[in-house]
Design a protein around this ligand. Structure first.
Ligand code: HEC
Length: 158
């Protein structure tokens, strides 16, 4: 019997992972070389993305600036610098009590895995997205350090 057609792809991915010692294991079979890699364990991503170290103050500044981290479009936070905010999503107050850093990291990087079809963008993924603005095509909305900064900030919201 011929092998299933997806087998060569899986073998190639194993080869890729084996050829890059020290990098985190690849995400899944949708991954390509252009895809930022992370490994989902259970309900979270336990390893910091690209080994970046998050800083809560920088993360807060990213939310205040809005720009690419447009979280306040949908989420409220009780912070005098974040008075104007949307309410289509749960407020982020106390989110660091409800969710671990690993859970926060997965929700920022790729919430579509947790809530398929949700309005929230996957901020650290470049594959299988539709409706991607031209400026973001082929690169994640936030880079690894920005995601880690926001993880650190949300983790501090106890
Ligand atoms: C377009 C609207 C939108 C934007 C922008 C958005 N989110 Fe969300 N977010 C949501 C929705 C809706 C949910 C609820 C997900 C669901 O359907 O379960 C959510 C869920 C979450 C959760 C899980 C909350 C919980 O209590 O389980 C976190 C954490 C989160 N968002 C963080 C962020 C961060 C950080 C940003 C910015 C980098 C952001 N979101 C941007 C809409 C948005």
């Amino acid at each position: 019997m011929p092998p299933p057609p997806q087998l060569p792809v899986i073998v190639a991915l194993y080869a890729l992972a084996a050829a890059a010692p020290g990098t985190p294991a690849w995400a899944d079979e949708r991954a390509s070389e252009a895809t930022p890699l992370f490994q989902v364990v259970g309900d979270g991503i336990s390893q910091p993305l690209a080994g970046a170290r998050g800083d809560a103050e920088r993360g807060r500044a990213l939310l205040v600036e809005r720009a690419a981290a447009n979280c306040l479009l949908c989420h409220a936070v009780s912070d005098p610098s974040m008075r104007v905010a949307g309410n289509v999503a749960p407020a982020l107050d106390g989110v660091g009590r409800r969710l671990s850093a690993a859970q926060l990291r997965l929700r920022i990087a790729d919430i579509q895995r947790v809530s398929p079809g949700t309005a929230m963008p996957s901020y650290y993924r470049v594959d299988s997205l539709d409706r991607v603005a031209a400026e973001y095509r082929g690169k994640p909305i936030l880079d690894a350090r920005q995601v880690e900064d926001i993880v650190a900030y949300l983790a501090s919201l106890k």
